[in-house]
Design a binder for this molecule. Structure first.
Ligand SMILES: NC(=O)c1ccc[n+]([C@@H]2O[C@H](COP(=O)([O-])OP(=O)(O)OC[C@H]3O[C@@H](n4cnc5c(N)ncnc54)[C@H](O)[C@@H]3O)[C@@H](O)[C@H]2O)c1
Ligand SMILES: [Zn+2]
Length: 699
């Protein structure tokens, strides 16, 4: 069938694009599209040409190898051309290759030399009388770039062939690679020196090899892995490629430890599977396996096509990166209320599976990478790792920014993203189904309401069975007594025990209750400080409600003066509580501004949860405003006891020493905190002095 003009145009367009990408990749070591995308365009052109052979031009990328040498270097002709490899991406194509190869031996089984396919850059080494005289890149396969001084700096590359068995002339071929473990360090160094980092180890290897100054190459930790022989004079090589590789090793070349000789298609498939398993753990990146007909007579019979031998094939691993369109973004709510943006992608085959979702981690990441809906993005899926979006490949037409939803997609509560934090969270701590399990576990835990018999396991089960949705439901469990007794592993007695510990947990303290609410950033100590400071839950609630108003006022009064604004805020209200900064205050305000959280609190009180009023003013607070750090051990008090006594006197205990610390109490074998205190001039108390201070200030 003759090609119509659209097909002809498409073929020309593909050829032009591929040529351009080849230049970027081979000559400038700076690809602008993923290999998978390149391979897709390449295959499309191959398919058009297969159907319309009249469209094949001698300069079509399907007929050529690499790209012409850069004029930065001297051009050198290879003694025998350096070809590329035919490739395949699945077992059917591999079987097709094996079938065609076997035709040369009338259908019998073939032995293959099986090797890893190194992901680096090809190098041709010319040895005369055993001495390295020239090193060239592959270039366009016929002519390469002379980079001899650079190659000489590669440490594992023999400058002279070892042993007695040395030919007059030989071309040794192999791949120059850069180990993964060295790649990160190299990039870090380049960035530190203000240079652009490399996209991947392959480009780093190629870029490092193709330097004009060999001193630069010498600083790059390159390695040469031998895999073949070009022309040879004055010596007869073994017929078996596998044995030729052993000869390379005898001459002093490094070859892969995974080189093997395998039998037939099944042997190739098993080898591929084994290498695919190993792949992630190899320090030298490989992008597939190469199978080469082992026997020279069969190879001669098969010969070559334009750009590759017919007797070898690369079975490529599924690409780990490819490009696709970002269609939409959804937000998932995690167990702690964190909202994670999830990319909805145009389904694409990558890393061996079809991927339609990828994690975007958080909004900081989205903003840093400037990812927008409608963009073409690079999706990466390596091994079993969750697919992620690496970067934007191209800005989409009409692309729109990804917006954080104002409301939680699970429960509808407000979403809050505190300034300077990457993560946005749902504020419906007590009501959000996504957070329910964690909220209930926390509520019931030992340091919160301490409900014995209602542990993590029971909570998981009760939530699954629909018995619990919010903390208030705990106090209605007695209504489900029969259902509970009937549960497996439960009996009258354990249910009675559970219900009675629920009943007795109702009598609690304000600090435990505040802690149990699970307000973000409010730990046990903070809950105690809040209880002490405000005395009643109503006071705390009122101040939480007033906080956002205060914040507004402070912002208006001092729009440009942060310090003054902060001073105004900490004068009264939430931030007047020691240890409560802007972040904590914000979290508390958010929690109490969610009506549904308030409803749960009311329901708990309604159910009979109660505590004694805290007499804030009556308790003497002689150590109020003083900060202590405890280090080392004391004979008469444990760390917890010491902390309790300080707090009973209104003091605070923190874990790290700063200029704001008033006292460091140093017991036996104090750590570096003591040294720090001395350096900062903070008052040091030994055990005797500390006990004296307690006696002076307490009862
Ligand atoms: N992203 C881009 O813009 C872009 C542009 C051009 C090419 N490419 C990529 O480059 C590849 C095509 O390049 P190619 O023609 O060099 O083919 P290739 O890299 O797929 O295969 C041939 C090469 O494999 C190497 N090789 C590694 N181990 C080997 C072994 N054990 N035995 C023999 N050879 C071994 C040799 O250097 C040889 O030249 C494709 O994967 C393509 O995606 C990407
Ligand atoms: Zn929610």
């Amino acid at each position: 069938m003759a090609a119509n003009s659209t097909t002809t145009q498409r073929a020309e367009q593909l050829a032009e694009q591929l040529r351009e990408h080849s230049r970027a990749y081979y000559v400038h070591d700076e690809p602008t599209i993923s290999d998978a995308e390149y391979d897709r365009l390449f295959r499309e052109l191959q398919e058009i040409e297969a159907e319309h052979p009249e469209l094949i031009t001698p300069d079509s990328p399907t007929q050529r190898v690499g790209a012409p040498p850069s004029d930065k270097f001297e051009s050198v002709d290879h003694a025998t051309p350096m070809l590329s490899l035919g490739n395949c991406f699945d077992d059917n194509e591999l079987a097709e290759f094996d079938r065609r190869a076997r035709e040369a031996v009338d259908g019998g089984e073939l032995a293959y030399c099986a090797e890893p396919k190194f992901d680096g850059t090809a190098l041709n080494l010319r040895y005369e009388n055993g001495v390295l005289v020239r090193a060239t890149t592959r270039g366009d396969g016929v002519t390469g770039e002379d980079i001899t001084p650079n190659a000489r700096t590669i440490r594992n590359l023999p400058l002279r062939l070892a042993g007695q068995n040395v030919p007059d002339f030989i071309e040794i071929r192999g791949e120059v690679v850069l180990a993964r473990s060295r790649f990160e360090a190299l990039n870090a160094r380049l960035e530190g020196e203000g240079h652009k980092p490399f996209v991947n180890p392959r480009n780093a290897a190629s870029g490092s090899l193709r330097q004009l100054d060999s001193k630069i190459t010498a600083r790059r930790p390159l390695a040469f892995m031998g895999y073949g022989i070009g022309r040879v004079d004055g010596m007869t090589l073994a017929s078996s490629l596998y044995e030729q590789l052993q000869q390379l090793q005898a001459w002093g070349f490094q070859i892969s430890q995974y080189v093997d000789r395998v039998q037939g298609l099944e042997g190739c498939k098993a080898y591929y599977e084994a290498m695919a398993e190993r792949r992630a753990n190899l320090d030298i990146e490989i992008d597939g396996c190469v199978f080469k007909v082992d026997n020279a007579a069969v190879r001669d019979e098969l010969g070559f096509v334009a750009r590759a031998p017919r007797w070898a094939i690369a079975r490529k691993f599924p690409a780990e990166e490819t490009t696709t369109r970002l269609n939409a973004v959804e937000f998932q709510v995690g167990r702690t209320g964190a909202l994670t943006p999830v990319a909805k992608l145009e389904p694409v085959f990558v890393g061996g599976v079809t991927v339609s979702n990828a994690s975007l981690h958080n909004m900081d990441e989205v903003e840093r990478k400037d990812i927008r809906i409608g963009d073409m993005v690079v999706v990466r899926r390596a091994g079993d790792v969750i697919p992620e979006i690496k970067e934007v490949a191209r800005r989409g037409e009409n692309a729109r920014e990804i917006e954080l939803p104002g409301e939680c997609p699970v429960c509808g509560s407000a979403v809050e993203r505190i300034e300077g934090e990457a993560v946005a969270r749902c504020t419906g701590g007590l009501v959000c189904a996504a957070q329910r399990r964690e909220a209930l576990k926390h509520f019931s835990s030992r340091r919160a309401l301490d409900i014995e018999g209602l542990g993590d396991r029971q909570i998981e089960a009760f939530v699954d069975e629909g018995l619990l949705a919010s903390p208030a439901d705990i106090f209605a469990l007695h209504e489900h007594r029969d259902a509970l007794v009937a549960r497996e592993g439960y009996g009258e007695k354990s249910v009675a025990n559970l219900l009675s510990s629920i009943e007795s947990s109702k009598q609690t303290t304000l600090e435990r209750f505040i802690f149990a609410l699970g307000i973000r950033e409010v730990g046990e100590t903070m809950a105690r400080d809040l209880a002490r400071h405000f005395g009643t839950l109503d006071n705390l609630r009122a101040e939480a409600g007033a906080y956002l108003v205060r914040l507004d006022q402070a912002d208006q009064a001092h729009p440009d003066n942060r310090a003054a604004r902060d001073r105004m805020l900490s004068a009264e209200g939430l931030q007047a509580v020691p240890g409560v900064g802007a972040r904590v205050a914000h979290c508390i305000a958010d929690f109490f501004s969610e009506q549904r959280n308030l409803d749960v609190i009311d329901a708990l009180i309604e159910a009979g949860v109660t505590w004694e009023t805290v007499d804030t003013d009556d308790t003497p607070q002689p150590l109020a405003g003083q900060t202590f750090v405890l280090t080392g051990s004391m004979d008469s008090l444990t760390r917890d006891e010491a902390k309790a006594r300080i707090e009973a006197r209104g003091g605070r205990v923190t874990s790290s020493v700063s200029k704001k610390t008033d006292y460091v109490v140093a017991g036996d074998s104090p750590g570096s905190k003591r040294d720090k205190a001395e350096k900062l001039g903070v008052t040091l108390l030994d055990e005797v002095a500390f006990l004296a201070l307690l006696a002076d200030t307490g009862n």
